[in-house]
Each structure stands twice: as structure tokens, then as C-alpha cells.
Design a protein around this ligand. Structure first.
Ligand code: NI
Length: 254
């Protein structure tokens, strides 16, 4: 079983010269499946187009908290239309991000997040949650809505990880897990049951060691998988297989 990258961004903006080539080379680099994650209406459309052209790519559609301001009046209709398209496997990424001062106001982020959680529930779709510097409020909302889904690029404590798992959700780790200062992520990964872990790149960002700082792509997951395998006491091949099965269970009901 090959790599399932459950969270990647493949936009022309970030791969202006070689997007086709990068995607075409993934299968020969042991990448079996990718979810190309949307973060606003335009990007979601772009990712869905890729899913239509490459058999190993699936897509998600959603409004990222940083894109929650200035939405067109009919954004919910536009989003729902995309969610019903073939090969759209999830609603995301959605959530709260209080990291930047110029991010949309907290109440705007909350409203857009909650509306999308309601849509996911109605359409019975998994969600991809992005949460940064907003742990308490995110958890409060998740406790109330109990979506099925994943908290991606997990950056919170082991205690929070345990609660996320208790809510029935999965947790994804990027290349951050391999960074030298990733003590918190490692501690969280330690306490998460192996059958709830997902591998992801969040490419083009978050390249794992020894490629930290470079543009990443789904094939670099092997480094993150090796680190996760070490933490969980399994072989890298087993870790890739377990995470692949976890992703299939969550996103495709397999
Ligand atoms: Ni992302």
C-alpha cells in the first residue's frame, strides 16, 4: 500500500512551471492517493479540476478562516454545488485561525466555520479542520457539533489530542513532526491511537526534515511517516499502510 497524502494544496500559483510534472510523477514515488484541499471558492474549483484530470487526486472544498471575510452573498450555494461534484471527498479546510492580526474578525470566522459544519452534517461529509491559536474556541464548537473529520496539522497539546480522539475525530501531522523543536507535536502523536493518525504534507508548505524550508510535495511524506513510525514503534512501511487505511476509512468509508 502506498502513501495517502490527506492534505495537499496543488495550485498553479505555487507550482507555476511544473504542476503537471509533479502530479504525474507521484505514483512512481509511491504516492497512491492525495486529497487536494480547497481553502476558498476559487482554490476549491482549481483542486476539483485536478481531481477530474488525475485518477489519484481527490479534492475537498471549503472556506479557510483566513478567507472568511468578503465572501460573495451566495457563497454557500457555490460551495454546496462543488461539494456534490464527483471526487469531492470532504468539506475543508475550515476552522479558526487567530494567529494573524489582519485575519477576519473572530465572529466572522466563527460564523463561516459553524455554517460549514452544519452543511457537512446535512450532506454527511467529513470535515478538514484548521485551527491555530484558537484551541479553546475550536474545541467548544467541536464538542457541540461533533463532526466526523480530521484536525489537520495538529499543533495543540497531548491533552487536547485525547479529547479530539474521544470526539471520534482523526488527527493529521505534517512535516512539522520531523522538526527539531517539535516536542509538543511528538508528545501529542504519542498519545493518539495509531488507528486515528493521518499523514499529510500541507504542501507546498511544511516540508519535513531534511527538506525544511523547501517547496514540498506529497512524495516527501516518507520522512514524516518515518518519524511517526519511530514514535509509534512500527516500521515506516507499516505506518504508511496504517495511515492510508485510516484515511480511506474516514474519507471514503472503505
Ligand atoms: Ni492546508
Amino acid at each position: 500500500m502506498g502513501i495517502f497524502d490527506t492534505h495537499a494544496h496543488y495550485l498553479k500559483r505555487d507550482f507555476p512551471e511544473d504542476l503537471e510534472q509533479v502530479l504525474n510523477e507521484l505514483p512512481e514515488k509511491n504516492v497512491e492517493r492525495v486529497i487536494a484541499v480547497g481553502c476558498n471558492l476559487e482554490a476549491s474549483r482549481e483542486e476539483i479540476e485536478l481531481a477530474q484530470r488525475f485518477s489519484w487526486i481527490y479534492a475537498s472544498a471549503g472556506i479557510h478562516p483566513e478567507d472568511a471575510g468578503n465572501l460573495p452573498e451566495n457563497w454557500e450555494e457555490q460551495l454546496e454545488e462543488m461539494l456534490k461534484m464527483p471526487k469531492v471527498a470532504a468539506l475543508g479546510e475550515i476552522g479558526l485561525d487567530y494567529h494573524y492580526d489582519d485575519a477576519p474578525a473572530k465572529d466572522v470566522q466563527r460564523r463561516v466555520f459553524i455554517k460549514q459544519l452544519e452543511t457537512a452534517k446535512r450532506l454527511d461529509m467529513p470535515v478538514i479542520i484548521h485551527s491555530r491559536d484558537a484551541c479553546a474556541e475550536t474545541m467548544e464548537i467541536l464538542r457541540e457539533y461533533k463532526p466526523k473529520g480530521v484536525m489537520h496539522c495538529f499543533s495543540y497539546s497531548a491533552e487536547t489530542a485525547i479529547e479530539v480522539v474521544k470526539l471520534g475525530m482523526y488527527i493529521g501531522f505534517t512535516g512539522v513532526l520531523t522538526f527539531k523543536n517539535a516536542k509538543k507535536a511528538v508528545q501529542a502523536c504519542e498519545v493518539i491511537p495509531t488507528d486515528r493518525l493521518l499523514l499529510e504534507t500541507d504542501c507546498p508548505y511544511m516540508a519535513p526534515e531534511p527538506h525544511r524550508g523547501e517547496r514540498s510535495d506529497s512524495s516527501m511524506i516518507k520522512y514524516t511517516a518515518a518519524k511517526m513510525a519511530e514514535i509509534k514503534g512500527v516500521s515506516p512501511e507499516e505506518m504508511i499502510e496504517i495511515a492510508n487505511k485510516n484515511g480511506r476509512r474516514l474519507f471514503f468509508g472503505e
